[in-house]
Design a protein around this ligand. Structure first.
Ligand code: CA
Length: 236
């Protein structure tokens, strides 16, 4: 049974979400603040985290940052719950490594669809993947970590999957639709534009100059490719 942890301080929302998740067969646990939430995650990892942004003690953003920094937790899919007036925080949340968000008030149906889509696309890779080292950039699928010159870079699970997919096939052009199929799977909430957004975020994170990327190149009218510059090596 898939386990979902909810970190949310509004009891009405917790009860609504819990009811709907349990009806779909998920095992649900809930805590009301960020500190308790992190302690719970350190004890045992769920399959997915529903994380409220505005939390007592430690904000959702801080919780998310800590999750992405921690090698034991950083593959955890995180779905953020945000209020309408948290537009800026919402974007920040994604940059800090949330995988998706829903805006309050949300319908249970929308939330369930997001949960299912996120679980589907973050299913662990079932074949053995190797770390990729290109110059000072390292992409390690064991821990879902990206680092540059030994320094960790915070990426969401989705950003990781996109980067890994491109870097595992260096210098090969992928159309947006191919990338959607390979990375997002059958998620009805995404459009080819989602690929552009994700690429832009990755460039800001991994490229020395995001305006003149050395690796994540746009191929006009065709899509994207990862240029290894000939120094790419897949390590055992
Ligand atoms: Ca709250």
């Amino acid at each position: 049974m898939r386990k979902i942890l909810i970190i949310e301080d509004e009891k009405d929302i917790v009860e609504l979400v819990r009811y709907n998740l349990e009806r779909e067969g998920y095992q649900v646990a809930a805590v009301g603040d960020g500190i308790t939430g992190l302690a719970e995650l350190r004890k045992s990892l769920p399959d997915l985290l529903l994380l409220d942004l505005m939390l007592p003690k430690l904000s959702g953003l801080e919780v998310c940052k800590e999750i992405r920094r921690n090698p034991r937790m950083n593959r955890l899919p995180v779905l953020m719950l945000t209020a309408r007036n948290e537009e800026v925080d919402r974007v920040l949340g994604l940059e800090l490594g949330a995988d998706d968000y829903v805006t309050k008030p949300f319908s249970p149906r929308e939330l369930m669809a997001r949960v299912k889509a996120l679980l589907r696309r973050t299913e662990p890779f079932n074949d053995v993947k190797k770390a990729i080292q290109v110059g000072s950039l390292r992409i390690d699928p064991d821990s879902y970590r990206v680092s540059r010159a030994g320094k960790s870079i915070l990426v969401s699970t989705l950003e990781f999957r996109l980067l890994y997919h491109l870097a595992a096939h260096p210098n090969r052009v992928f159309s947006r639709d191919e990338l959607l199929d390979a990375v997002w799977g059958t998620d009805r909430f995404v459009s080819p534009r989602s690929v552009d957004v994700c690429i832009r975020r990755l460039r800001e994170k991994i490229e020395a100059d995001p305006e003149a990327p050395a690796h994540l190149k746009t191929v006009r009218g065709a899509g994207y490719l990862f240029e290894s510059g000939g120094d790419g090596a897949v390590e055992p």
